[in-house]
Design a protein around this ligand. Structure first.
Ligand code: ADP
Ligand code: MG
Length: 245
């Protein structure tokens, strides 16, 4: 069974048909890239998947369970993680404390804190930081991190929720090209290790073609191609509409 199934999603904003009948599935351990020009409807799709927007039509299923229209908090609790373009960390807390908070929150223990986060068991958070290559940043406040490291903290926070599905809307925006490649390569390795289904958008086509297992191309709200990177890259309509050649 697919981790995520989206079926016939539609969303209209006033006169704009932002998403016009989009269907896809993502399997465990698979990286699916959603690409298309600006305004194609990618973010609107993401927002319908995690409950931020209610679709006008269509269904969203997580491991077979219908989650269409559930509130974002509920969707998150069912195992849908999301990284945001705007950073979602607490700047004055250290990297380790941010990840400890996320782990506690996942365990449902955040509301019952009776001692500082700093007194909790560090090992699980440290292991996650090590996996993401930011162990050396553990004691630094998030507010002073380099941008690329902050992105990794955000990924650590998303992973602390032990997601079945990870939604990443332009995760590498604002990063240098080498950092982009490194972050997506790491994401792909972790997705395979932990059998996480990943749906991501990305402007850098080198990153998309290197790390997506499959690609779905949207144009003005509608799918125009779907398949393995080599097939999508060779698709005449994709080249015309999206790659501009
Ligand atoms: P993408 O992420 O692919 O760039 P979006 O999903 O953000 O595209 O936008 C798709 C279309 O929907 C665009 O025409 C955009 O202007 C419009 N749109 C997105 N969100 C809203 C909104 N909240 N209100 C009105 N129009 C919106
Ligand atoms: Mg967008």
């Amino acid at each position: 069974m697919a981790v995520l199934e989206a079926e016939g999603l539609r969303k209209r904003f006033g006169g704009v048909e932002a998403v016009r009948g989009v269907s896809f599935a993502v399997e465990a351990g698979e990286m699916l890239a959603l690409i298309g020009p600006n305004g194609a409807g990618k973010s609107t799709c993401f927002n319908m998947l995690n409950g931020q927007l209610r679709p006008d039509a269509g269904r969203v299923r997580l491991r077979g369970q219908d989650i269409t229209g559930l509130a974002p908090r509920k969707v998150w609790r069912l195992g849908v993680g999301r990284t945001f373009q705007v950073t979602a960390t607490f700047g004055s807390m250290t990297v380790l404390e941010n990840v400890q908070m996320a782990l506690l929150s996942h365990q449902g223990r955040l509301g019952r804190l009776w001692r500082p986060v700093s007194a909790m068991d560090r090992a699980p958070a440290e292991a996650l930081l090590a996996r993401l290559g930011i162990a050396a940043q553990a004691e630094r406040p998030c507010g002073i991190l380099a941008y690329g490291d902050l992105k990794r903290v955000e990924l650590a926070i998303a992973l602390a929720n032990d997601p079945a599905l990870l939604l990443m809307d332009e995760p590498t925006a604002g990063m240098a090209p080498q950092e982009r490649v490194a972050l997506m390569a790491l994401t792909a390795r972790i997705a395979r290790e932990r059998r996480i289904a990943v749906l991501f958008t990305e402007h850098d086509m080198d990153v998309v073609f290197a790390h997506a297992d499959r690609i779905l191309v949207l144009d003005r709200g509608a799918p125009i191609a779907e398949g393995a990177p080599a097939a999508v890259r060779a698709d005449a309509r994709v080249r015309e509409v999206y790659l501009g050649s």
